[in-house]
Design a protein around this ligand. Structure first.
Ligand SMILES: [Zn+2]
Length: 182
């Protein structure tokens, strides 16, 4: 990964500060070069310190290209702090990019799992609909069979069982009576 100076880039200069791991990553990230950091800090120091004379005021109005004046202890501390911050950025920006990439991968995996679950739910829904359809057809068939059976049973009752019943009653009526008990 290339770290380029945002200020140099803005000025149309060659802006590459350094390359960091992963070296095969063509991505660019922004930093600040030594020269621009120094001028930035000098500018900052000037803006923090009220001008003491016309001369220093004129100096502060000069472009920041000149070497910064000997920094005050606070400015030096600030410079150190900013330098450390820069190191941290250099160290952590690639890691952050890695973490973001890892998060994106996890996000994609979660989306895939979600899509898979949705597919399964859709399959289950289709299966349930198929079962319901099969059940409905079975009930229709059952009704058809009953519709065929009912008149058949009626006919069996009318043509066979009722005449047999009548016959048995007739036979019973014609049976000689037993003598009355006294
Ligand atoms: Zn620069």
């Amino acid at each position: 990964m290339r770290i380029v100076c945002a200020w140099c880039e803005k000025e149309g200069k060659s802006a590459l500060i350094c390359e960091v791991e992963p070296f095969d990553d063509p991505m660019e990230t922004h930093g600040i070069c030594v020269a621009h950091r120094a001028s930035f800090l000098a500018e900052l120091a000037r803006s923090l310190t009220p001008p003491q004379s016309d001369a220093s005021f004129r100096a502060s109005a000069e472009p920041a290209r000149a070497e910064p004046a000997v920094p005050a202890p606070e400015t030096r501390r600030l410079a150190e702090w900013l330098g450390e911050g820069q190191e941290l950025v250099r160290l952590f920006v690639p890691r952050l990019a890695e973490q973001i990439a890892a998060l994106e991968r996890r996000c994609a995996a979660a989306e895939q799992a979600h899509a898979e679950l949705e597919r399964r739910v859709e399959d289950a829904r289709r299966e349930a609909a198929n079962l319901e359809e099969a059940n409905r057809r079975w009930r229709e068939l059952e009704a058809e069979i009953l519709a065929l059976l009912d008149p058949l049973i009626d006919r069996v009752l009318t043509d066979t069982i009722r005449p047999m019943y009548r016959l048995s009653r007739t036979l019973r009526a014609r049976r000689p009576r037993a003598p009355k008990s006294s």
